[in-house]
Structure formats: structure tokens, C-alpha cells
Design a protein around this ligand. Structure first.
Ligand code: HAM
Length: 422
């Protein structure tokens, strides 16, 4: 019986993996410019890393993959990267050696969401976190990095949506205002939002059911409740962005879908043909309590993450190729059973000389082997026939110029290296 992939997942086929490599290489090379090192944390964590009392987002309360392992430990497949990075930051006491720790990560995340184009149940994120320091310059740096990264991919119409939720005091004032605003509408809200009204009215704003509810559309915005410190902090962030001419828009309704944020929140978009709502390529913000909630000192952080499938879909829609699939330098065509040992020696020598090479293993006739070589876009065909072999030579054919020459067996790799790009 054939078993298909799990709903909301996908396979990266051998013909597509070069696009992932190219994107990953881009990430590594750009992050190097920002002096940020990679960090790798496990895909599974103890559930408490994500299921914290303060986190009431749909993502954590409704979409996580939770399970007991065989030792009856409660584990969760990470739905996002930040909490695991902070768990590791605290566990490894990274705060003890550096005031500011900046890291990036690439890896899969799991959310039980309704799958659609650009939304999967297993998806990859590339993310960055800067932990330990509270400084508007750092908030701006993360936004500039996200912006720079998307632009360097070649995407057009890149813009940042930004907002501030303010500090604790401002957030509290805003939440009180939201409670007051929504209370008269209690009966017309969905059941989840009725509960949210008591626990955390902010979450009503990104409810998928009540999105178009009149009261949601006309809800107060955080900007009106920022205290002096929070407003000054936000203005500083904007001043940094202005100085570097980063295109941004203040988006008063932006609150983001996770509960750990305070102060700066942002999302990054690009104009992509046929993308609609999935044009949000990444998002992030500042978090002031996450480190202490996960057992560390009172230190703040800021970061963002981009969905890698969305980036690849966007590049596709805009016909941007970060790289071409690797072309074979040479393909060995063997004409006769008794020459196969020589064929595999030639192949091994080519690879030892760092040439990308392959040969045919299905013992096809010349025509079949040629077809395979052309399908693989080989630059050179190395034709090993009995007549030639007796003379100690092979035929080497340049598939572009169609010029074929006889080359002594011992000079094959030298010939291909020297003629290289011709
Ligand atoms: P997020 O907004 O939940 O934030 O996810 C960031 C990005 O991941 C989204 O903008 C989107 O591109 C991608 N994404 C999210 N869910 C899916 C999905 N189901 N399928 C495909 N792509 C998806 C976070 O995860 C925060 N940890 C970001 C952050 C880092 N905040 C501070 N530091």
C-alpha cells in the first residue's frame, strides 16, 4: 500500500533542493556581514518552553503538536524558533559571557494550521534574535537586517510595517481600553473571543473568525496608550530607520500573533505577483519577559523570522533565480561491458580532481547514454569505445561547440580542467 505525505507537509525533490541550498547560502553570507553566528536548537522541547501561562496565542493554545514520549515526558514540536533559542540562552548562561548575544537559526517548525499556498504544517523559518540589551538602535538593526535581506534576494516593493505595543504600563493601559471597548459587544463575539476578553483582549484583534467584526475593525490602537518612555523609545527606533532610508509604514493595528511582544513589533512584505495575504514574508518584535519566564535574568531581546517556503514561492513568482542547478562537468559514456572498470576509474579520477561527473549504470546503448548526458546538461562527454581504448585514448566532446577530440586516457581530467568553460 502506498502511503502519502502528512497533510500540510511537502517533499523537497532532488530537482528542487539546489534552490534551498542557494537560499541557505544567501542567509549564511548575509548574516556574516552583520557579525551574527548560527545557533541550532532541537526541534522538540519540553512543552513548558512554549506552553507558558502568559502565552495565549492560537499558535500555542491550538496549533502545537504535543505528545508524551516513551518516558512519559510531555514534549512539543517547536511551533517557532524564539522560545527554544531563549531556553538555550538561559540554560547555557550565554548572558554571563556577553552583554549582547546575537544569533540566527534555520530550521523546521510545526503548526497545526489550515494548509494553503504558503502555509504548511511543517515549514522552515530563518530567524534572528538579539538578546541581552534594550536599545532602540538594536530594534532598528533587526528591522534593517530583515529589510536588507529581503531586498538582497532581489524582491521588489519591500516594505516594513511597524508599530509599538509599549512597555508593561502602556500595554496594561491598552488592554484595559480594549476590555472596555469590547465588553458591550460580548454577546456577538465568537466563543473564543468571549474567553479572550477575560484573559487577554489583545488576542481578539487577530481572531480569524471575528476579523470583520465591527468592534474589531474599530478597536482602539496601542499608539494611543503609549506612555512617555515608550513613545520616546519608538521615536528613536524610527529615527534610526529614517537615517538609513528604510521604507516603513506605521501600522497602528499591528499587534502580531504571539503574546510575548512589547515595544517594537514589525512585519516585512514585498509586492509579489498573485500573493495576496501571504505577502508577509517575515515578522518579529521585542520581548522583555521571555528570558525571565524561562528561568533567566531580567533581560530583553528582539528578533524576527521569515518563512523560507514563502521566500522561495516569492522568488518563483518573480522569476528570480538565486542559483542555477549544478551542471555536470563531464559524463562518461562506456561502449562495452569490458570497459566499465576503466569507466569507473575515469569517473573516480574526475571526482578526485573536483569535477562534477557521472556515468551510466543501466548499461544502456550509446543513444540512451547520450540522452541521459544531455538531460543532465553535461559540458563534456567522455566516450570510451573499444577502438579508442586500444589506442589508449578516449573521445571528448564539448556538448556546446560539438567539437570532439581524441585525448590520451591519462590526460582526461587535465583536458577538461584546461578547456573548462569553453
Ligand atoms: P511568526 O509571525 O509566527 O513569528 O512567523 C514568522 C514567519 O514565518 C511568518 O511571517 C511566515 O513567513 C512564516 N510562517 C508562519 N507560519 C507559517 C506556516 N504555517 N507556513 C509557512 N510559513 C509560515 C514567529 O514565529 C516569531 N518567532 C518571530 C520572532 C522572532 N519574533 C521575535 N523573534
Amino acid at each position: 500500500m502506498q502511503i502519502n505525505k502528512v497533510k500540510g507537509t511537502y517533499d523537497v525533490l532532488p530537482t528542487e533542493s539546489y534552490r534551498w541550498h542557494a537560499l541557505e547560502e544567501k542567509i549564511h553570507s548575509i548574516l556574516k556581514l552583520y557579525n551574527i553566528k548560527e545557533m541550532r536548537t532541537p526541534i522538540m522541547e519540553y512543552s513548558e518552553v512554549f506552553h507558558r501561562q502568559s502565552e495565549l496565542s492560537d499558535m500555542v493554545t491550538k496549533e502545537t503538536y504535543d505528545f508524551d514520549d516513551r518516558g512519559e515526558r510531555r514534549l512539543t514540536l517547536r511551533p517557532e524558533g524564539t522560545a527554544g533559542v531563549i531556553r538555550s540562552y538561559v540554560e547555557n548562561k550565554l548572558y554571563a559571557s556577553q552583554e549582547l548575544e546575537k544569533v540566527y537559526y534555520i530550521g523546521p517548525n510545526f503548526r497545526y494550521e489550515r494548509p494553503q499556498k504558503g502555509r504548511y504544517r511543517q515549514f522552515y523559518q530563518f530567524g534572528v534574535e538579539a538578546i541581552g540589551t534594550v536599545d532602540p538602535a538594536l530594534d532598528a538593526e533587526m528591522i534593517m537586517l530583515a529589510y536588507d535581506f529581503i531586498k538582497r534576494l532581489g524582491l521588489k516593493g519591500v516594505s516594513v510595517k511597524i508599530n509599538s505595543l509599549g512597555d508593561d504600563e502602556s500595554r496594561r493601559a491598552y488592554q484595559e481600553a480594549l476590555t472596555k471597548h469590547f465588553e458591550p459587544h460580548h454577546d456577538t463575539l465568537c466563543d473564543d473571543c468571549k474567553a479572550r476578553l477575560i484573559k487577554n483582549p489583545l488576542r481578539i484583534l487577530d481572531c480569524k473568525i471575528d476579523q470583520k467584526h465591527e468592534a474589531v475593525m474599530h478597536a482602539p490602537t496601542p499608539q494611543d496608550y503609549l506612555n512617555e518612555f515608550s513613545r520616546a523609545y519608538f521615536n528613536q527606533v524610527l529615527a534610526h530607520l529614517n537615517a538609513s532610508q528604510i521604507k516603513y509604514q506605521i501600522s497602528p493595528k499591528l499587534v502580531r500573533g504571539l503574546d510575548y511582544y512589547s515595544h517594537t513589533v514589525f512585519e516585512i512584505e514585498a509586492d509579489i505577483e498573485g500573493f495576496g495575504a501571504q505577502n508577509v514574508l517575515g515578522g518579529g518584535g521585542r520581548y522583555q519577559k521571555l528570558v525571565s519566564e524561562l528561568g533567566g535574568p531580567e533581560l530583553g531581546g528582539i528578533g524576527f523570522a521569515c518563512g523560507m517556503e514563502r521566500l522561495l514561492l516569492a522568488l518563483d513568482a518573480e522569476n528570480i533565480e538565486l542559483a542555477k542547478a549544478d551542471q555536470l562537468d563531464a559524463y562518461v559514456i562506456v561502449m562495452g561491458e569490458e570497459l566499465r572498470i576503466t569507466g569507473s576509474k575515469i569517473l573516480f579520477d574526475l571526482r578526485q580532481s573536483n569535477l562534477i561527473a557521472d556515468m551510466n549504470y543501466t548499461k544502456k546503448a550509446f543513444k540512451g547514454q547520450l540522452k541521459q548526458a544531455l538531460r543532465l546538461d553535461a559540458k563534456y562527454l567522455i566516450i570510451l569505445g573499444e577502438e579508442e581504448f586500444k589506442k589508449g585514448v578516449v573521445g571528448i566532446k564539448n556538448t556546446k561547440t560539438e567539437i570532439q577530440e581524441e585525448v590520451p586516457l591519462r590526460n582526461i581530467t587535465m583536458y577538461i580542467k584546461e578547456n573548462g568553460e569553453k
